[in-house]
Design a protein around this ligand. Sequence first.
Ligand SMILES: [Zn+2]
Length: 292
Amino acid sequence: MVNFHCIAEGCSNDSRKKHNALKYPDMILNGCIVDFHVLPSAIKNPKLRKLWLSQIRREGFNPDPNCHWHALCSRHFIEGRTTKENAVPTLFDYNIYKTGIPRDTKNSHLRPIEQLILTTQLANIVTVSQLPKVPRQKKYIPDIPVISYIEKPSLDHIYCLSTEVSEDVSIEEKCVLLIENNNTLEQKCQRYETDTNQLRKQVKLLQVELHATKEENKILNEKFNNTDKLLKDKLVEKLTKSDSNVKCFLRLASISMLFGIFKLLEGHASKMKYWMGPDSSDGKRWQVNNKK
Ligand SMILES: [Zn+2]
């Protein structure tokens, strides 16, 4: 006998608990012990399988198509089991096992799956005329919660449903497409969020760069306003530009000779003494004392 463990996140139902179900409240649904519903076949029903997996929302969960023991318990189905109308699991830990509050509206005579499509129609996505209005059947369980967790999609999203799909597409398939579109939208939202975060980081980096540029600008401005230093630097630059300049202005043979002399003087430069007397060299006393 194959044992099943529910693959939904946050659900620990296991077929081995059936013998002792009273100990596990989650194993009881509407007074009955839960059943296990195997994941649709990857070969016979790939669309439905894909839809189940997208609803299960388990990151990195990609079960082997050849394994047939991946199952969900009844808790995840709106009717407590898979039916033609509600073949897709919708109740999970992430939506607190709720899909909305039942409402008595002008569309109440429609089955939840049609109501789902009609609620999405608010965003001008589905043409109402495409949907056949099926009266509620007697055996149908009344007051089933309306699936309202699907967020209203933005208008710029192009739905294949309104243009490309022909009239004879079944409601189930429309629902499949709608939920797929919803998942695409959620992924888009996540991408936008990531982009926004990256942009924020870039803005921060640019702000740092701007600050550095301002500092640099400040230093350059100071340098520019210090005319004496600027002239000195320019002069040195001009004098040491080429051998011919050195020869012309300083009467030295070459730049290397000039730097050689500087090298020789460098050691003594710190010991060099300038005029240390009480007066400056052009002071009156100095001129008087040195008069010839
Ligand atoms: Zn479960």
